[in-house]
Design a protein around this ligand. Structure first.
Ligand code: NAD
Length: 328
């Protein structure tokens, strides 16, 4: 557990993971919390009046200095990102996120923060390790020789190394997590930045509510992934933040499913069966990706374990609520 009596700063707190992290730190009793995001406060997924909420563009160094003033622990979850539909079409924007982590690290060094966590991604893994749908899990060493996802993945890999060198050269205690697809309520489910689990929930709900029992699936539906529920993500993140483990580490579910199986689960939750149309020219990412959890089990004797069926039911319920509220 981080030191709850000192200032903890969550960057990207208006987003999905950052919002849940602030909520979790409040639950744990953190006394001094600062939440920072570029979005106007009324667009944050979660915000709390007892938290020091700052709206700042963290691509700017002065903003990073302001954000980290007096900080003891920093979580960097800020990124200009989204699902495959966003990152395949916005490589320049994804690369510019490098400014956020770079400037935050400079500010963290100046402020002598005790811990700095950087949120990397499974998109750092080399493309040639992910050509087969029957991929075995990706282990941490599979990031090299480097050939990550263009744009977004290169930025993540570069920023990971920047964390390492700030730790080695300047003594900033960095921790680096490689998240594999995280999902849950209170995140993006429409507008173009959403990821597969929430996009599939939304499409199934739309089909159910409209009575048009069809669904469009990006790719042939056979691409495989794993999806981690937000509660596991938070647990793993805090465990890492609290530890002396300094190398990049996977935090992801090892429950591999195809996109077709993901749709099966969402259909079961909704109680519908839909006709599937496959959009083969849509952005679909690599053919197969899963998390190898050998390292995290060895280091923490733990791995994410919330079943997709259970986490998706909660996510579906939240999205259903949002969509029916909007419609009424
Ligand atoms: P998100 O998009 O919901 O949250 C990111 C937040 O960063 C947004 O609220 C956005 O407004 C903010 N942001 C963007 N540019 C900013 C800027 N210049 N200054 C301040 N804030 C800025 O994303 P998320 O799902 O919560 O992801 C959090 C982190 O975890 C990101 O670094 C992401 O790359 C990483 N990650 C997420 C997943 C996932 O499946 N959700 C998987 C792998 C890695």
């Amino acid at each position: 557990m981080p030191n709850l009596n000192k200032l903890i700063v969550v960057c990207g707190a208006g987003g999905f993971i950052g919002g849940h992290l602030i909520a979790e730190l409040r639950r744990q009793g953190a006394k001094h919390l600062r939440a920072v995001d570029i979005k106007p406060l009324d667009e944050w997924y979660q915000s709390y009046p007892d938290v020091d909420n700052l709206v700042l563009d963290l691509q700017e160094l002065p903003a990073c200095r302001k954000a980290l003033e007096g900080a003891n622990q920093v979580y960097n979850l800020a990124a200009d990102m989204g699902g495959m539909g966003f990152i395949e079409l916005n490589k320049g924007l994804c690369m510019l996120t490098v400014l956020i982590n770079t400037h935050l690290l400079i500010a963290a060094r100046e402020q002598k923060v005790e811990r700095f966590l950087y949120s990397s991604s499974a998109c750092v893994y080399a493309a040639d390790k992910q050509v087969d749908q029957n991929v075995s899990g990706l282990k941490e060493s599979d990031a090299y020789p480097a050939m990550p996802e263009d744009g977004y993945g290169w930025e993540k890999l570069f920023s990971e190394r920047m964390c390492r060198h700030f730790r080695e050269d300047f003594g900033v205690e960095t921790r680096v997590v490689r998240y594999h697809n995280v999902y849950g309520p209170l995140g993006t489910y429409d507008g173009g930045r959403e990821k597969a689990p929430s996009a599939i929930c939304r499409k199934v709900i739309q089909a159910k509510l409209s009575g048009n029992h069809e669904i469009e699936i990006w790719g042939n539906g056979q691409q495989t992934r794993s999806f981690m529920y937000i509660d596991d993500c938070l647990h793993g993140t805090n465990m890492l933040m609290d530890s002396n483990f300094v190398d990049p580490i996977n935090i992801g579910s090892a429950q591999k499913v195809s996109i077709n199986q993901l749709v099966d689960i969402a259909e079961d939750i909704a109680g519908v069966k839909l006709k599937r149309r496959y959009k083969l020219d849509a952005p679909k990412g690599v053919n197969g990706r899963n998390s190898d959890n050998t390292l995290i089990k060895k280091v923490f004797n733990w791995e994410p374990s919330i079943r997709l069926e259970d986490g998706l039911a909660k996510t579906y319920a939240w999205i259903y609520d949002q969509m029916t509220k909007k419609a009424s």
